[in-house]
Design a protein around this ligand. Structure first.
Ligand code: BGC
Length: 789
C-alpha cells in the first residue's frame, strides 16, 4: 500500500454531515474537498474541445480558456471512423492534461430522434450501432491516456426545449434496441469513469432518480463500476436519487442537497448503509481521478492540423455534378455570409473559445483560387434583401462557377432549445430561387449541426455538407472544394424531405411536459425504409470524386447465431478515396413488426485508384435479435435473414441470405398500417399504450388547483403567484447583463430557458448561490397558498 493509500479517508472517517456533503459538488466543476482533507477532481466540458471555465467566472458558457475546437460529434460521426474519434480524443486528452482537467464531460451518445433537437450537433447518430462504436472509441482513447470521461446524457434526452421537466415515455423494446443500446456499447467497450444521468424523466421518473436505469440496467446488467453523476442541476429529489443509485449531484447545491439527505436520514427514507455506499464510491472516484496531471508537450498547431484533417474526413458530398472539384484557373464567385462568417460549432456548454478561425472564402484564396465574394444574404436578418440578391444575379453570368454558402446560423442551434422548423432562413432560400437559372454551375456548401430541408436540391449541380466541422472547417472546406482532399463522409442520420415526414412529429404536448415515443423502434431510417417514405438523402449516403464497386459477397455461419461476412470493395475511378461499406440485416417476416433493415456492421476502406480490398465483418447474436418484452431479453427469431453489403441504407449493392433457428416472439401491432402502400403508418398515443404494462401519464400537468413541488420548473411555480410573476419578470430582465452579446445572443436564450425551465430545487446551485434556497422555498409556499385559497 502506498503512503497516499494509507492516508486516504474512507466513509467511516467522515461524519454523517460530511458524507452527505460529499455527495454534491464544490463550486461548478469540482468535487468537495472536505475542508482541505480531500484532493479534488476537476471537471470540464467537452466533447469536441475543452471548455475550461474558472470557478466563479460567471454564468455565461462562452467565457472559457482558449482551446482547440475539433469537429462536433454530428460532423465526426459522418467519418464512420472510430480511429478518427480516437485521434481526436488523444489530442483532447493532451489539452486536458495541460489544463489540469481530470474529467472531460463527454461524449454524448443520445439518439437523434428528431432532426429539430437543438443539441443534435453534440450527438452522433440516429443509429445506436454507429453512435455506440464511435463513442466507445472516443471514451477508450481518453481513458487510456489518463483523462476520465463522462458518457452523457443517460437516457432518452432527445429534445432540448423543456429538457429539465419533460417526461420521455418510451416502451421497453425501443429503450433496449434504440435508446439504451448506444449507451450499452459505450459503457461496456469505452469504460467511462463517469456516466452522467440526464435532466428529463424516463417513464415518469427523473433519470437521476430512476433506479431501473441507474442500478438495475447500468450497474447490474451491464456491470458498470464507475461513478454515476447528475447532469448539472438534474438531481432533483436528492433522497430518491441517492436511493436509485446516483452517486454525485453536480454542481454545488448551496446546501440544498446535503440538507435533503440529512432529513432523509432522520426520517428513515435513507439508511446509513446507502449513504456510506455512495460516499465510499465518491471517495474512490476522488482518489482514482484527482491526481495532479503532468504537463504534456504538444504543439497547438498539430491539433489544428488534426482538426482540419478530421473536418475534411467528416464532410459529406450529398450531390455530385459538374462543379466540384474546382479546376485551376476557373473564375469563382463565393456567395453568402457563411462564406466569410464561418459556422463551426454550436452554442451551449460545449462552446469552445478558439484562436482566429479562417473562413472558407479566405482559405480558398489561400489555396490559389481566383475567387470573389458577394454577401447575398445576411445571417442576422432572415428577410431577403433584394439589393444583395440583385448584386449576385448581376455578377453570376461573369463567373465559371458559383459557390453558395448556406446553413443554419448561430441562433438556430443551441443547447436548451429545439429548432421550431426544418427550414433554412427565408433569405437563403430566396437567393437560391433567384439563382435557379444558373443552377448547372452552382455548388451549395452547407453548414449546420443537423439536417435541413433542401427544396433546391434538384436545381443545383453539387451539394457539400460540412456540418459543424470545428475551427479548421474553412480550410477543410477549401481542401475538398479544390480536390486536395476527396470527400469520404457518409450521413449518420437521414435527411428527410420535409418535417411532415419525420416519424416523431406531433407527439409532444404543447407544454412539452410529455414526449411520447409512439413510433417506438421506428426511428430514423428504420422508419423511412420500412414504410417507403421518400427522403432527400438516406442514412449512410455520401459520394466521392471517385467511384466504388462491391463484389464477392459471402456469409459463413460461425455459430448458432453468428456469421462471418466477406465482400470486396474496389476503387473504380481515377482518384484515391475512401468508401464506407455498410452491412445491413433484414429480418424474416414474423409476428412482430420489425424495421425492414438495420445496420449491423461497417468499415471504412482507403483505396488507391484501381485498388481492391476484402472486408470481413462479423455478425453476432445481437445482429439478428430483437428485444422480447415478455421474456425480458434479446431473442433471435427463426427464419431467413437477408444480409446486404451496401453503400447506404438505400443503395443496397449485394445480398446473401442466412437461415437461423430461434424463438418466436409476438407482440401487439401498436400502429395503424397505412391505408395504401407508400403512405406512412399512423402512430398514436393509443397505439403506444398497447406497448405499456401501465397507464400512460396524463398530458399537461399544468393547471388550476394542483400543488407544486420543488421539482416543478421556476416558470410554472412563478406563474402561480403575483410576486412570483414579478420576480420572474425582474430576473429575466437582468439576465442580458450576464452575457456578452446581450438579448440577441444564443447565450441569453439559453440562460433564459435555463432559468425558466429549471426545477426550483436546482436553481440555487445552478445560479452559483445568487438565488437563495430560502427565497425559492418562499416562492413555492406562495404558489401553493394561492392554490388552497
Ligand atoms: C449540460 C451538460 C454539461 C453540463 C455542465 C449541462 O447543462 O447538459 O452536457 O456537461 O451542463 O456544463
Amino acid at each position: 500500500m502506498t503512503e497516499e493509500n494509507n492516508n486516504r479517508l474512507h466513509a467511516a472517517d467522515l461524519t454523517i454531515e460530511e458524507k452527505a456533503r460529499l455527495l454534491s459538488g464544490m463550486g461548478s466543476w469540482h468535487t468537495w474537498d472536505a475542508g482541505g482533507r480531500l484532493p479534488t477532481v476537476s471537471m470540464s466540458d467537452g466533447p469536441h474541445g475543452l471548455r475550461v471555465q474558472a470557478e466563479g467566472s460567471g454564468l455565461a458558457n462562452h467565457n472559457s480558456r482558449q482551446a482547440t475546437c475539433f469537429p462536433t460529434a454530428a460532423a465526426l460521426a459522418c467519418s464512420w471512423d472510430p480511429s478518427a474519434a480516437e485521434r481526436m480524443a488523444a489530442a483532447l486528452s493532451e489539452e486536458a492534461a495541460e489544463q489540469g482537467v481530470n474529467i472531460l464531460l463527454g461524449c454524448g451518445v443520445n439518439i437523434k430522434r428528431s432532426p429539430l433537437c437543438g443539441r443534435n450537433f453534440e450527438y452522433f447518430s440516429e443509429d445506436p450501432l454507429l453512435a455506440g462504436r464511435l463513442a466507445a472509441a472516443y471514451l477508450r482513447a481518453l481513458e487510456e491516456s489518463g483523462t476520465g470521461t463522462s458518457l452523457k446524457h443517460y437516457a432518452c434526452n432527445s429534445r432540448e426545449t423543456r429538457r429539465m421537466t419533460t417526461n420521455s415515455v418510451v416502451d421497453e423494446r425501443a429503450l433496449r434496441e434504440i435508446y439504451l443500446a448506444a449507451f450499452e456499447t459505450a459503457v461496456k467497450e469505452g469504460r467511462p469513469a463517469t456516466v452522467m444521468a440526464a435532466y428529463n424523466l424516463v417513464n415518469g421518473q427523473h433519470a437521476c432518480a430512476n433506479r431501473r436505469l441507474l442500478t438495475e440496467i447500468l450497474r447490474q446488467e451491464w456491470g458498470y463500476e464507475g461513478l454515476i453523476l447528475s447532469d448539472w442541476g438534474a438531481a432533483v429529489e436528492p433522497v430518491r436519487c441517492l436511493r436509485a443509485g446516483l452517486d454525485l449531484a453536480m454542481p454545488d447545491s448551496c446546501g440544498v442537497h446535503t440538507a435533503a439527505i440529512r432529513k432523509g436520514l432522520e426520517s428513515g427514507r435513507v439508511t446509513r448503509e446507502e449513504l456510506d455506499k455512495a460516499a465510499e464510491r465518491v471517495l474512490n472516484f476522488i482518489y482514482t481521478h484527482s491526481e495532479k496531471r503532468a504537463k504534456p508537450r504538444f504543439n497547438p498547431a498539430d491539433h489544428s492540423r488534426l482538426a482540419r484533417a478530421l473536418a475534411a474526413e467528416s464532410a459529406v458530398l450529398l450531390k455530385h455534378g459538374e462543379v466540384l472539384p474546382l479546376r485551376t484557373g476557373e473564375r469563382i464567385l463565393a456567395v453568402g455570409e457563411l462564406a466569410v462568417n464561418t459556422r463551426f460549432q454550436g452554442s451551449g456548454s460545449s462552446h469552445i473559445c478558439t484562436g482566429p478561425v479562417r473562413s472558407p472564402f479566405n482559405a480558398l484564396g489561400g489555396a490559389g483560387c481566383r475567387v470573389d465574394y458577394l454577401t447575398g444574404y445576411r445571417c442576422a436578418d432572415p428577410k431577403p434583401d433584394p439589393l444583395l440578391e440583385q448584386e449576385v444575379l448581376a455578377a453570376a453570368p461573369l463567373y465559371d462557377k458559383i459557390l453558395v454558402f448556406l446553413g443554419l446560423t448561430d441562433m438556430d442551434e443551441t443547447e436548451g432549445a429545439d429548432r421550431p422548423h426544418l427550414r433554412l432562413a427565408e433569405n437563403q432560400l430566396s437567393l437560391l430561387r433567384q439563382l435557379k437559372p444558373f443552377g448547372s454551375k452552382i455548388a451549395v456548401i452547407c453548414f449546420g449541426g443537423a439536417p435541413v430541408e433542401l427544396p433546391f436540391a434538384e436545381d443545383v449541380s453539387d451539394i457539400l455538407q460540412m456540418y459543424l466541422g470545428g475551427e479548421a472547417v474553412g480550410e477543410a472546406c477549401a481542401d475538398l472544394l479544390t480536390g486536395a482532399a476527396n470527400p469520404c463522409g457518409k450521413l449518420a442520420e437521414t435527411w428527410p424531405l420535409r418535417w411532415e415526414d419525420v416519424p416523431c412529429r406531433g407527439f409532444s404536448d404543447a407544454e412539452g411536459e410529455t414526449d411520447l415515443f409512439a413510433e417506438s423502434v421506428f426511428v430514423g431510417y428504420r422508419y423511412y425504409e420500412t414504410f417507403g417514405v421518400p427522403v432527400r438523402y438516406p442514412f449512410g449516403h455520401g459520394l466521392s470524386y471517385t467511384s466504388f464497386a462491391y463484389g464477392n459477397l459471402s456469409a459463413e455461419r460461425t455459430g448458432l447465431h453468428s456469421a462471418r461476412v466477406r465482400f470486396t470493395v474496389k476503387n473504380t475511378g481515377d482518384r484515391a478515396g475512401a468508401e464506407i461499406a455498410q452491412l445491413y440485416v433484414a429480418p424474416p417476416k414474423g409476428a412482430i413488426p420489425r424495421p425492414a433493415l438495420e445496420l449491423r456492421g461497417f468499415e471504412k476502406v482507403w483505396l488507391a485508384p484501381g485498388e481492391e480490398k476484402e472486408i470481413t465483418l462479423p455478425l453476432e447474436e445481437r445482429s439478428f435479435s430483437l428485444w422480447d418484452a415478455e421474456r425480458g431479453r434479446f431473442v433471435v427469431t427463426p427464419g431467413e435473414y437477408t444480409v446486404y453489403a451496401a453503400a447506404s441504407a438505400e443503395d443496397l449493392r449485394l445480398r446473401v441470405s442466412l437461415t437461423l433457428e430461434g424463438e418466436e416472439v409476438s407482440g401487439p401491432a401498436w400502429f395503424e398500417e397505412p391505408a395504401q402502400p407508400g403512405q406512412a403508418p399512423v402512430f398514436s398515443r393509443q397505439g403506444l399504450a398497447k406497448l405499456f404494462p401501465y397507464q400512460l401519464p396524463v398530458l399537461n400537468r399544468a393547471g388550476e388547483g394542483r400543488s407544486y413541488t420543488a421539482a416543478d420548473s421556476f416558470e410554472s411555480v412563478c406563474a402561480a403567484s403575483a410576486p412570483g410573476r414579478l420576480l420572474q419578470k425582474g430576473l429575466t430582465g437582468v439576465l442580458p447583463l450576464f452575457v456578452k452579446g446581450g438579448r440577441k445572443s444564443t447565450e441569453y436564450a439559453m440562460l433564459r430557458s435555463g432559468l425558466n425551465e429549471t426545477p426550483l430545487e436546482s436553481l440555487a446551485g445552478l445560479s452559483g448561490g445568487l438565488l437563495k434556497p430560502q427565497w425559492l422555498e418562499g416562492l413555492l409556499k406562495l404558489a401553493n397558498r394561492r392554490n388552497k385559497e
